[in-house]
Design a protein around this ligand. Structure first.
Ligand code: ADP
Length: 240
């Protein structure tokens, strides 16, 4: 829904960014003692923890697959994560985001090595400020690497969108709420394929192409930040 908001001033966006600029992103690896792998991401105003458990025996047992591990992804937003208190507990939105997160991450994992097992990804949004599914996928992928789950590659994610008929990268809260379109993407950088592509709003065919290309470039920048975070972890060797 569009609102009477001035999205651009002297070519800069509401938060001072250029149209192709990401918000600040900071990733920490290995933040929980009890999880097999974990991460913390700050992405603009988003603050998100991710804890990975497994591979371990899948339960309930009827979920087990004889030829590979299953991947379970749970997304939860704290009731204090948004301006007006969110109702705690499961929500349709949370279930949807858990499902698309699983779809985004699964093609990057080698689950065939662990029959009858499960790998569990828990994403906890402590503060939400637009783009939490992309930030969650980005953090989860790093936490999976930290857990030592065999992977073909990392999965960076990032949204593009449209405000005032301009294609912009990584929507902020006002752009997400009152802009014309939102296009969250997750990329498999080596394959150069998307494992998540959702769209909310209206884009012409040309705008869609432009948004996908801008989002792809954003994902590649996020990919560099993921790699740096992992290198930092393993080069300094901090262990909890
Ligand atoms: P994403 O966080 O992936 O962009 P949405 O498009 O569903 O997912 O949500 C956009 C933003 O709207 C969220 O990041 C959050 O800041 C806000 N939001 C989501 N759900 C709620 C809610 N129940 N109450 C208040 N704000 C919310």
């Amino acid at each position: 829904m569009e609102k009477d908001i001035k999205f651009f001033t002297n070519g800069k966006r509401i938060d001072g960014r250029a149209i192709d600029e990401l918000r600040n992103i900071k990733i920490e690896v290995g933040v929980f003692k009890r999880a097999d792998g974990s991460s913390y991401i700050e992405w603009g105003g988003n603050k998100i923890y991710c804890a990975v458990y497994g591979p371990r025996e899948a339960y309930p047992r009827f979920l087990q697959k004889s030829d590979r591990a299953i991947l379970k992804c749970r997304y939860n937003m704290a009731s204090f994560a948004v301006e007006e208190r969110k109702r705690p507990g499961p929500s349709r939105r949370g279930v949807e985001i858990g499902k698309v997160t699983q779809g985004a991450l699964e093609p990057a994992l080698i689950l065939e090595n662990f029959p009858k097992c499960m790998v569990e990804v828990n994403i906890e949004v402590i503060q939400a400020d637009a783009g939490t599914r992309c930030a969650g996928i980005t953090a989860a992928s790093v936490a999976l690497a930290n857990a030592g789950i065999p992977m073909k590659e990392l999965v960076p994610a990032c949204a593009a969108g449209k405000v005032e008929d301009k294609i912009v990268l990584d929507l902020c809260k006002e752009e997400d709420n009152y802009g014309q379109a939102d296009l969250p993407l997750a990329l498999l950088p080596r394959k150069n394929e998307f494992s998540l592509l959702q769209m909310d709003g209206d884009l012409t065919e040309d705008q869609l192409e432009e948004a996908i290309e801008l989002g792809r470039k954003g994902c590649l920048q996020v990919y560099e930040i993921q790699k740096e975070a992992l290198k930092k972890k393993y080069i300094t060797g901090d262990v909890f």
